[in-house]
Design a binder for this molecule. Sequence first.
Ligand code: PRX
Length: 655
Amino acid sequence: MATIKSILQENRIFKPNDNFVAQANLLNKKDYSSLCKEAEGNYENFWGRLAREYIQWRKPFTRVLDESNHPFFKWFDDGVLNVSYNCLDRNLECNSDKTAIIFESDEGNITNITYRELYLRVCQFANGLRSLNIKKGDRIIIYMPMSIEAVVAMQACARIGAIHSVVFGGFSAKSLHERIVDTAAVAVITADEQMRGGKGILLKSVVDKALTMSNTDFVNSVIIYQRTGTHIEWNSVRDTWWHQLITDKPDYCEPEWVSAEHPLFILYTSGSTGKPKGIQHSSAGYLLGAMVSMKWVFDYKSTDIFWCTADVGWITGHSYVAYAPLAMGATQIIFEGIPTFPDAGRFWKIIQDHRVTTFYTAPTAIRSLIKLGSELPGQYDLSSLRLLGSVGEPINPEAWVWYYEVVGQSRCPIVDTWWQTETGCHMIAPIPGVVSLKPGSCTFPLPGIMAAIVDETGHEVENGEGGLLVIKRPFPSLARTIWGNPDRFKNTYFPEDIGNKYYLAGDSAQCDSDGYFWIMGRVDDVLNISGHRLGTMEIESALVANSLVAEAAVVGKPHEIKGEIIVAFVVLKGPSPKGENAKQIAIELRNWVSKEIGPIAKPEEIRFGDNLPKTRSGKIMRRLLRTIGRGDEITQDISTLENPAILEQLKKSAI
Ligand code: PRX
């Protein structure tokens, strides 16, 4: 295999500061290495011990790991538990009056809810679901705004053993329909409307539309949370208002005790090609991973005000909004709106107003906030922050340093967390009291996660060489299968040609000489320029390191001689340049990249735009950029695109 060249040079190191270390959950290298040693020494004992420590079992397990049906692993499988019991009932004793959720609506209204209140609301709603004859194992689609109710809906499903599948509120009727059909859901929980940036976005009417499409007869109930009171069409056979469903329902609901392996949820993740995959997670293994990582990586303390900005429609919003914070008894922020409404100071104001200690967001949000007002955080009191986190894509070193200096005021470690929908929780991430940080590196695998970098035959590569990121041993929070398609699960994640029974993440990565992991992007984002394989991320980082550039995405365009040439789509900090000015800046940027990483990485074409095409979770849709770069017509599905208008602008952007 042609080695993936790594050309990114990042030598800055940030040691954890003394004040942080003094209060950290894992205090020193000794604690940390003894955990790693314990995991290496007796893998099953290690996970078994943690599962006993973190989870409250109805019936304890006697077996830790069953690998007999590779790769369909089972963890703790004769144990019995309920995930909602672990998130709610266990908090009634000590945290009953503690605030579980501080909800801030789009327009700025604030609702606080204690653990006791949340528990009562989940019980009532779970009884409501049972009154509709919804039972253990039934699939329920949740299509809701960020709200306390969305969490109540997820927890209520867990309480009665129903399997939820949350569909992000920005998905189209077609995508929603596809998920309803694939899960054969018996109910859909939705809202009349959601509010984002001062605008109402209809949800119930999208559900109606999805249910008029073929093959949805198995949906018996649609439950509607009234968010704004806007008019909705009413189907008297299947529609029920949330508030009417819970009227007179008892506020105790006996949990459905399920096996550790009972599916907790299905969450769809779109590959770059093909039909979305319904990633199916277990109950106990998933919960354990989410809790342990919250303790280690977020250094969770009971006094924290935790804020993960992800929508519950994504895995991050499952693990670090709906499950881990509650299971750990945390107080967390849930925010309905967007970072730029009413102005670009909204995130910073929320941190100031609620004294947020732990802030977890995505590089795309960080970069757009830099563009919108690099000086804004300085106008707010961010002194409550003690830890920052990043997730979703590689964070460019320049954005990292801005986040560290301007938001964290050089006081807060940044945990750059590498993981996936499939892994359920953090896999490679710093333990912040112990690990020195390098901007752009997610540092080291967590104790018990046997990550490595291999070539296409499954052999480990030397430090400094790029390759495929794998995890060599099964781990509790790993997805169990693709819903209804076990063969696809096996072929995608445990392909025969890797040969070693490793979990194949689909990302390329390298380790540097200190053993730090650097994620170079999805395998399908790798460019092949004159026989050199280059990660798109490194070229993007170089572009963003130029003081004019806010954001950049790089794609390959087929070329007869070179294999591929590089096309860079660039968003400047100021307005998009035109004419001669654009030409001048393009030359400057090409020379810049050439100087930063060498002529091989010099973009052949540079195109400027006001923005980049992104999914609603903020991922750049490189496949659309590839099509535009080649000058082809866009025929792909763009229903998940946040800002479709940008495509027209970029098509005309060639200079
Ligand atoms: O390519 C990696 C990138 O996001 C992919 C997983 O996407 P998804 O399943 O949507 O989950 C996102 C939230 C966990 C990975 O295969 N990715 C995620 N986190 C990072 C990252 N790339 C680099 N650094 C990260 N911290």
